[in-house]
Structure formats: C-alpha cells, structure tokens
Ligand binder design. Structure first.
Ligand code: MOS
Length: 702
C-alpha cells in the first residue's frame, strides 16, 4: 500500500453546514436498511432459540414438532450446525457444543419461509438443559480478577508516588463509592442482516448486508472462524440506524446468520434481532462500582487521586471496561493510582457503549470533584482551575490543545454561572428545589491505522472517492464528501462518494470517535497523492489508492478533546421527580467539519447523558442471570418531553497535530460528564448527594 504524508488541509467546504447528502433518501424511506436490501432470491427467515438457563448444557433438543410445522425448513443446533475452524471467540462460537454460558445464548436457529412461521417454529423447539450453578451478581467482593489490560489495550493499573501517605497527609479527603448501572445501547435499528453463502464460483462466498459500524471488522472477525479467506467475505452496510458501539464488533446473531446461510444451498437468510433479544445478545455497558478517594490541601489543591474500579466481564469472553482511564489524565496530583478488577460472571459479553470507560469513570470523578469543592468551600470551576496540569499526568507529554478551562469559562458565561448560591438547597420555585451543576468532559483523540482510500477521475471533472467507512447516522456520507472536495480542491457536488462496502479500500470501525479522523486522513492522503501524480485535469479513469503515513509529530503529544457541561436541575419537594430544563455543553474538539451534523452529535451525546442520569438502567435478576428490563417500556430512554433546553457550542479552533483536517473526534464526548453535571445540580438543588445512577425520584425522598 502506498503511504502518503497528508499535508494540512485548508477549509473550503469544511466548516460549512452542508445538509445531509443521504437526508432525502432517509426521510422518504428510500434508504435501504440491512433486511430491506433487495436479495437475489426470496430469503429464508431465521428465528433464534435462546437458552433459558444461565449455565450448563443442552442435554436434549427436540426439533420434531418445529420441523413438522408448515413453512419451517430446518432447525440448526449444536449437533448439526456447520463446524467452525476457530472457536476462541466464545461469544461468536455458537452452536459448536452443548455448553451454555449465559441465559439468552443462542442454542438453535429455525429457518422458515416466512418470519411468522420461523417464530412459530422456534416456539415449538423443545430444549432440555442440565443446569449448573451460576454467578450473575456484581459485587466488590467478587470483582477480584485482574485482566492483563483494559479496553482497548490500556494498562490495567497505574501507581505513581505514594497515594496512602498523601491521603494521610491531606487536609481534606473525599472517600466515596459511586455506581453506574448496566445500560443497553438501544439504537433505533435493531441488529439485522441478510446472509448469502455461495461457494459455487470464484470470489465472494459469504455475502452479508449487515447493520454494522465496521464492514471490514466483520470480515476479519468472521472469515477465519468460518475457514474463509478475507477476500471470500463481502460485507455491505450502506445505511445503519445507529449503533452507539453495539454494532462495533460482530455479535453472535451475525454468526448465526452466516452458519444458517451455509446450509441453504445458496438461498439468502434474513435475520433481524428483536428489541427484546437485543437486551440479551448484542452488547451492553457493564455496571461499575468506583471507590474514589481524593486528598487535597484545604484550598482544594489535589495531592492524591485513587480510583479503584470494580466491574464485570463474561466467563465466555473477556471485556474489561477502561473506567479509570480518564482519571489518569484529567487533573494534576503528584500521587495517583488507578485499578480495574472484574467479576467473571455467567452473563452475556459486555461491550462498547458510547464512551466506554469515560462515561462511567467521569461520572465518578466529576461527582467526587464536586464533593471536594463543597468540602473545601471553593467554586467547582475554581477547583478545576487549581488542578489544571501543565502536562499529561499519565505520560508526561504536552497536551496538543488542552482547553478545558476555556470550555468551563465560556460555558459559565453563557449559562449564567456567576451569582450561583454557594450553598445547597438555596433556591426554590414553588414546590421545586432548583440547583445548578457543572462537570468536565474529555475524550481521547484517536486515529486508527489500517485505512486507505481510492480516488478515481470520472467524466466531466467529477471524482469517485471510495473507502469502506460506515455512516451509522452520524453524517459520514456528508462529511467525507466535504473532506474529499477540499482535498481535491473541487466542489462537493463533483464528488461521488462510495462507502459501506468491504470490497472498497480498508477502513476501521465507526467507533472510538475515530471514524472521521481515520477515514478522512486516508482520503486526504490519497487525494493529495492523486493530484501529485495526475495533476489538476486528469484523464477520466486514472486512479490512486493510498493510506496516510503515520504522523511522527502526533506521537509527541497527549491527544485529547475537552468539554464542560452545565446543568440546571429541579427536584420536586414531595415526589422527588427530577427535571432538567437546561443543559449546555461547550467543547474543544479541533475544527468542526460540518456544524449541522456535529451539533447533532453533541446534542445526541448530551441527551444520552441526560437519559443515563435520569432513567437508563438494565436490571439483572441474578437468580436467573438475565436482564429483566428487556423492552423500551421497562428500560426507560429519555423522550422528547424529558429533553428541553439542550444546547451545544464549540470553540473556534483547528488542530493540525491531530489530523490533516484540523479536526478531532466528536461522537462520544457529549455523553461524558453529563450525568455528573446533572447529579451535581440535584445536589445543589436539594443538599442530597446521590452517588448512584440513575437519579430516580426515590433517591430524593426521606
Ligand atoms: Mo463507540 S462506543 O466506540 O462506537
């Protein structure tokens, strides 16, 4: 692969509010989602049969009645499903043996002529289990397993200086435990795909039209397990109705569809996970318990930070959330320690959910900071000014562009922070206590290696720009077109973007807020090399494929984005109901490439943080091991009536250390700190400190 150093890109289309290029298709219902994709032949429909025990073995599986049901074509289970070549991924290696690792795991797949008959057939499959004792409850005393690293590959523990001595010598100590619940990503479009297996000819054997955040990631996960070369698997995802991380890596339903398709003689298999099944099968955020200790001088200057995280993983596959990662770089303190310990449970595999690590970790950290501000009698913004580090406390590197204080100051001005009563329970409006709170936000800036883009000249001064990126609803179709236009110095209308297909040049996942940075860098590199090689008026049909060379300058810096979140909370004196009439986020994220789609990302992140603050909680019944709140009636997500007065703005800046576009990522930072800002506002309103999400009404009643 040709590597090209990408030169800084001057903005022309970048920075303008270009409307979504896929907007008309979407609002008119013409954008095909995964299972709406027209298949070559009428598909068979798959329905999943899920285990009803949390741990044990399938001792017998009787498919006779199901197979006798009109329309049912076949039933796959561990006795007759195609064998996998590699079963090391315990989440994806389904139907290979009789073991059951969690309640809700796929134990059979029913294929039928219609969705209805598939479902009826699944209800007729009789499964008998030999149940074993299971563990499904996260506690501090069973979270004792120390993983080798935490997501994605960070240190499990850090320890600098002598935290215990510093805490012993501190004037003020905050020592509290903060909890966040299990949460489910709940994107609008359920996880779904159409799979076709055709090994008659050369080339593609397995073809998937999938709802995923990364087409190449699905290929690289599934191909070796199925004994296929990467080039024999093609994955397309032209439009995706959200994912929030839950479509960042393939889950077992994708393997179920692939295995099923292998048995149908070439007929496509359509599989849509139901909303209820999503609560068992397609990823979620682990609950977290954070023991947080801050030691400070009486004026609020931090001396020690200690963050001990207790959370859970699954016995069938490890996932360790990096909850203490923001604690390592957020504030100055000479003595500091972080750790992660896991309970290994017989439960579904936790995975990414918008800002894994930063979201639960910063709820703990920013609530603890608010408690320290109260204990020291200093304003929470002044406390953060006092503890602003000169360099990254974790690595010692200079920050590329740390403007946390600018965000706090701009937010304070816009929100009307000055004149805020220092004490809690100081303001009321009728039967409502009224308070305000603030929290910091941060998210690392990441560029993933392994992206390349292809630029080809077309007739009439037009250009095809291709990369296997995925637009999960964020605006990638639009923003990548803007970047390509500026990189080729043409109008966006001259760009024909191709994305969402693994047959295009390699692209990494729409995750870690790294998509635009990683894909955009490749587009800039390929475009600049194309101009070098072919000039300003190339013949139609010439093309250049290139990836961006790693930028050695970026290595010298700690690359992060920052933000400040302000919330007003009203807590009802008699019912404990919490409302948030005002929520403001101010962000430092480098250049904003498209203010229209960026605003959606920030408002969406803030809304998701508000939703986490007030409502979201997946309740696991440890006696049976599954999540019982398995629909949107019992798993509450904020609705329009809950979301009022949410505003976002950003600092006018550019960051060419981060990317040639001058941008950093924006997808996740909006959720970070938001729940803490709301919780801090409820404390200011009521004088009651709630250290556990969500902030339900009962927590504010005597
Ligand atoms: Mo994001 S949770 O990295 O898709």
């Amino acid at each position: 692969m040709t590597e090209q150093a990408a030169a800084p890109l001057q903005p022309r289309s970048m920075g303008t509010s270009t409307i979504r290029l896929d907007g008309r298709l979407k609002v008119s219902g013409a954008a095909p989602y995964a299972v709406e994709h027209p298949a070559d032949a009428p598909p068979l429909h798959a329905w999943l049969v899920q285990s009803t025990v949390a741990r044990g073995r399938v001792s017998a599986l009787d498919a006779q009645q199901a197979l006798a049901h009109p329309g049912v074509v076949s039933v796959l289970d561990h006795t007759n499903a195609p064998r996998l070549e590699d079963t090391s991924n315990g989440e994806l290696a389904i139907l290979q043996d009789a073991r059951v690792g969690f309640r809700g795991q796929i134990v059979a797949v029913v294929l039928a002529e219609t969705l209805e008959t598939a479902r009826e057939g699944a209800a007729l499959v009789r499964v008998t289990y030999q149940a074993e004792e299971h563990a499904a409850e996260l506690r501090v005393d069973n979270a004792t397993y120390r993983p080798d690293s935490v997501n994605p590959d960070m240190d499990t523990d850090t320890d600098e200086g002598d935290v215990e001595a510093a805490l012993a010598g501190a004037d003020v100590v905050v020592d509290e435990t903060y909890r966040t619940p299990y949460e489910h990503n709940s994107p609008m479009e359920p996880h779904a795909l159409v799979a076709t297996w055709d090994d008659a000819g050369e080339g593609t054997v397995l073809d998937l039209v999938d709802s995923t955040q990364g087409v190449h990631g699905v290929v690289s996960a599934l191909a070796p397990m199925l004994g296929l070369e990467p080039g024999q698997v093609r994955v397309r995802a032209p439009h995706v109705g959200g994912g929030f991380g839950s479509k960042g890596e393939p889950h077992s339903h994708e393997m179920a569809a692939a295995l099923a398709a292998r048995t149908t003689g070439g007929r496509p298999v359509s599989l849509a996970v139901t909303r209820q099944q999503m609560f068992a099968l397609t990823g979620y955020r682990t609950a977290t318990i954070s023991r947080f200790r801050l030691g400070a001088r009486s004026d609020g200057t931090l001396l020690a930070i200690d963050h001990q995280v207790f959370e859970q993983t699954s016995a069938i596959r490890e996932y360790a959330e990096q909850t203490a990662s923001p604690t390592r770089m957020m504030y100055a303190a000479p003595d500091r320690r972080t750790s992660h310990r896991l309970a290994v449970l017989d439960v579904a595999v936790p995975s990414w959910m918008r800002a894994p690590g930063e979201m639960p970790g910063m709820f703990a950290h920013e609530t603890a900071m608010d408690e320290l501000a109260v204990a020291c009698g200093v304003d929470p913004i002044v406390l953060r000014e006092l503890n602003e580090p000169a360099t990254d406390p974790e690595t010692g590197k200079p920050f590329n562009n740390r403007r946390l204080l600018d965000c706090l100051h701009r937010g304070a001005q816009r929100f009307g922070w000055s004149g805020r009563p220092a004490g809690a329970r100081a303001s009321a409006d009728g039967e409502w206590w009224v308070g305000t709170g603030v929290a910091s936000a941060t998210y690392p800036m990441m560029v993933q290696p392994g992206n390349s883009a292809r630029v080809r000249s077309l007739d009439g001064g037009r250009y095809s720009v291709a990369i296997g990126a995925v637009d999960i609803g964020t605006g990638a179709w639009t923003v990548l077109t803007q970047i390509a236009a500026d990189a080729l110095d043409v109008d966006p209308a001259a760009i024909e973007l191709e994305i969402g297909d693994s047959s295009l040049p390699a692209a990494t996942v729409a995750g870690g807020s790294s998509g635009t940075s990683s894909w955009g860098g490749a587009i800039v590199a390929a475009s600049q090399l194309f101009r070098n090689d072919h000039g300003d008026s190339p013949d139609p049909g010439v093309e250049t494929t290139a990836s961006a060379a790693e930028d050695p300058v970026a290595e010298e810096y700690a690359l992060h984005s920052f933000g400040a979140v302000f919330a007003e909370a009203r807590v009802h004196r008699y019912t404990g109901e919490v409302r948030v009439p005002r929520l403001l986020g101010v962000y430092s994220v480098g250049r904003v490439i498209n203010p229209l789609t960026a605003r959606s990302q920030f408002l969406g992140g803030l809304t998701m943080g508000l939703s986490a603050a007030l409502f979201e909680e997946s309740y696991r019944d440890a006696r049976f091991g599954h999540i019982v709140t398995q629909d949107l009636a019992t798993y509450h997500v904020a609705t329009h009536a809950d979301v009022t007065g949410v505003e976002a703005e950003w600092l006018d800046e550019e960051d060419y250390v981060a990317t040639p576009m001058g941008s950093r990522g924006i997808g996740e930072i909006g959720i970070v700190g938001t729940s803490a800002a709301v919780a801090n506002a409820t404390y200011h309103a009521t004088g009651l400190r709630v250290r556990e999400l969500p902030l339900t009404a009962d927590r504010f009643l005597p």
